[in-house]
Ligand binder design. Structure first.
Ligand code: SDX
Length: 443
C-alpha cells in the first residue's frame, strides 16, 4: 500500500509529500506545486520514470492536466473567475466582445483595443461562398450540432492559410476567424434546417445582434432586434464562454497537443460538448421538462433520478466541480425572468415547472447530501425557447459562446513551453500474453 504523508518544504511556496511504498519498503518525496488559487498539486511527472508507478484517476476527478491562467472555479464556494474577474461582474458590466478579448489576451481591453478587436472580428464574419454548397450535402432534418461539427471541421479546407500553429500571426487570424464565423455557421445551420434562405452577416450590427439577425431575419420583411433579447443573449454568451478544463476544453487541448490545426481542434470540442452529460444538457433539460409536463409528476421523476437501476438523471442538476449553486445558473435565472417579462411570457408553464422542480430537488435529502444544485444548463433552455430557438439549437448556442474559451485555452497550450503531446497511460486488467489458437482448434 502506498502512504502519502504531507511534509513542509522551503518557504518559496514549494512543499512536498513523502510517499512510502510498503511493497518495496522504500519511500521518496514528490514535489507539491502551489498556484495562485485552488488546491496544491502533487507533481507526478517523474513518478513513472523514477519509481515505475502510474497514477490512476478515471474521469480526472483529482487530476490537473495543465497549468492555466484563464479561468478559475471554486466549486465549494460557487466562484467562477475569468482572468480573475468574477462572472457576476462581467455578466453585469461587460459585453461578450469585451469578455472575448479578456479571455484571449488576459486583460480587459482599452477602448482602442476593443474597437480594433470588434472590427477584426466583424470583418471575418462572412464565410467562403463555396461553404454554402457544403450545407446542401446535409439532410434538412440533420441535427444542427452534426452540421456544426462537419462545417467547422471543414474550415481548414477553406482557410488553410491560417493553419500553421507555429506562426503566432496565423494562430491569431485562425482565432479571429473561428470566433467570427461560428455564429454565421450556427445561424446557417438553423436556416438550412427550416428551409429558409441564408442571411449574410452585416457589419453595422454587433456580434449578438448579427447572430440574431442571421438566425431570424427573412427576406420578406425587416427583422427588428429586441434590445432585451440581445442583451440577454450577450449575457448568455458571457456565462458560457469558458469553464476551466471541462470535457470539451480538454478535448480541444488534447487534439491540439498533437499539432492538429485549430479548426479540427474546435470541431473535436464541439463533438464532445454535444453529449447530454455536458453541453447537450440544456437540450435535455427542455426535453425532460416537457416529459414531466405537470408539477404533479415531479415526485415520479425525482424518484427515478434516485433509482440506481434507472439511467434517468435530473438534467440540469449536478456538476463535477460545483458543490454549490452554479454562479452562472443564478445569473441565468435572473435573465430568464427578465426576458419572459419583456416577451410577456411571464406565465411560461415550463418556467413554473422548472421553479417547482428546483424547489423540490433542493429540499430533497438525496440532492442535498450529494450537493446536486442546478447548473448553467438548467435555465438556459427556457430562456432560449422563449426567444424562439428550437431545442435542437440550444447546444449549438453553447458552442457559439464556448468557441472563444476553447480558442483561448488552445492558444495557451500551444504557447506553453512545457506543452507535450497528451498521452495518458492505463491500468491494464486484460489477458496476460497468450499463444494464438488456430481456427480448427477453437470452439
Ligand atoms: C456542463 O465540466 C464543466 O465545467 C461542464 C460545464 C461547462 O461549462 O463546461 O459546466 C457544462 O456540462 C454542466 C453539466 C450539465 N450536465 C447535466 O446537467 C447532466 C446531469 N448531471 C449529471 O450527469 C452529473 O451531475 C454530471 C455529469 C454533471 C457530473 O457527474 P459526476 O461529477 O461524474 O458526478 P457523479 O456522476 O459521480 O455523481 C455523484 C452522485 C452519484 O450518486 P452516488 O453514486 O453517489 O449514489 O450524484 C448522483 C450520481 O448518481 N448524480 C445525480 C445527478 N448528477 C449526479 N443523480 C441524479 N441526477 C443528477 N443530475
Amino acid at each position: 500500500m502506498v502512504e502519502v504523508t504531507p511534509t513542509t518544504g522551503a518557504p518559496e511556496r514549494r512543499s512536498s509529500v513523502t510517499v512510502k511504498d510498503n511493497t518495496s519498503d522504500t519511500s521518496w518525496e514528490l514535489p507539491v506545486l502551489e498556484g495562485t488559487l485552488g488546491p496544491r498539486v502533487i507533481d507526478v511527472r517523474k513518478l513513472y520514470t523514477e519509481h515505475g508507478l502510474f497514477t490512476y484517476d478515471p474521469g480526472f476527478t483529482s487530476t490537473g492536466s495543465c497549468e492555466s491562467k484563464i479561468t478559475f472555479i471554486d466549486g465549494e464556494e460557487g466562484v467562477l473567475l475569468y482572468r480573475g474577474y468574477p462572472i457576476q461582474d462581467l455578466a453585469e458590466h461587460a459585453d461578450f466582445m469585451e469578455v472575448s478579448y479578456l479571455l484571449l489576451h488576459g486583460e480587459l481591453p482599452t477602448p482602442e483595443q476593443k474597437t480594433k478587436f470588434v472590427r477584426d472580428i466583424t470583418y471575418h464574419t462572412m464565410l467562403h461562398e463555396q461553404i454554402h454548397i457544403f450545407y446542401r450535402g446535409f439532410r434538412r432534418d440533420a441535427h444542427p450540432m452534426a452540421v456544426l461539427v462537419g462545417v467547422v471541421g471543414a474550415l481548414s479546407a477553406f482557410y488553410h492559410d491560417s493553419t500553421d500553429i507555429s506562426d503566432a500571426r496565423q494562430r491569431l487570424i485562425a482565432s479571429h476567424r473561428l470566433i467570427a464565423k461560428i455564429p454565421t455557421i450556427a445561424a446557417m445551420a438553423y436556416k438550412y434546417s427550416v428551409g429558409q434562405p441564408f442571411t449574410y452577416p452585416r457589419n453595422d450590427l454587433n456580434y449578438v445582434e448579427n447572430f440574431l439577425h442571421m438566425t431570424f431575419a427573412v427576406p420578406t420583411e425587416e427583422y427588428k432586434i429586441d434590445p432585451v433579447v440581445a442583451r440577454a443573449m450577450d449575457r448568455i454568451f458571457i456565462l458560457h464562454a469558458d469553464h476551466e478544463q471541462n470535457a470539451s476544453t480538454s478535448t480541444v487541448r488534447i487534439a491540439g497537443s498533437s499539432g492538429a490545426n485549430p479548426f479540427a481542434c474546435i470541431a473535436a470540442g464541439i463533438a464532445s460538448l454535444w453529449g447530454p452529460a455536458h453541453g447537450g444538457a440544456n437540450e435535455a433539460v427542455l426535453n425532460m421538462l416537457q416529459e414531466i409536463g405537470h408539477k404533479d409528476r415531479i415526485p415520479e421523476f425525482i424518484k427515478r433520478a434516485k433509482d440506481k437501476d434507472d439511467p434517468f438523471r435530473l438534467m440540469g442538476f449536478g456538476h463535477r466541480v460545483y458543490k454549490n449553486y452554479d454562479p452562472r445558473a443564478a445569473v441565468m435565472r435572473k435573465s430568464t425572468h427578465e426576458v419572459l417579462d419583456a416577451l410577456d411570457s411571464r406565465n411560461e408553464p415550463l418556467l413554473e415547472l422548472a421553479m417547482e422542480l428546483e424547489r423540490i430537488a433542493l429540499e430533497d435529502e438525496y440532492f442535498v447530501e450529494r450537493k446536486l444544485y442546478p447548473n448553467v444548463d438548467f435555465y438556459s433552455g427556457i430562456i432560449l425557447q422563449a426567444i424562439g430557438f428550437p431545442t435542437s439549437m440550444f447546444t449549438v448556442l453553447f458552442a457559439v459562446a464556448r468557441t472563444v474559451g476553447w480558442i483561448a485555452q488552445w492558444n495557451e497550450m500551444i504557447e506553453d513551453p512545457s506543452q507535450r503531446i497528451g498521452r495518458p497511460r492505463q491500468l491494464y486488467t486484460g489477458h496476460p500474453q497468450r499463444d494464438y489458437v488456430p481456427m480448427d482448434r477453437r470452439g
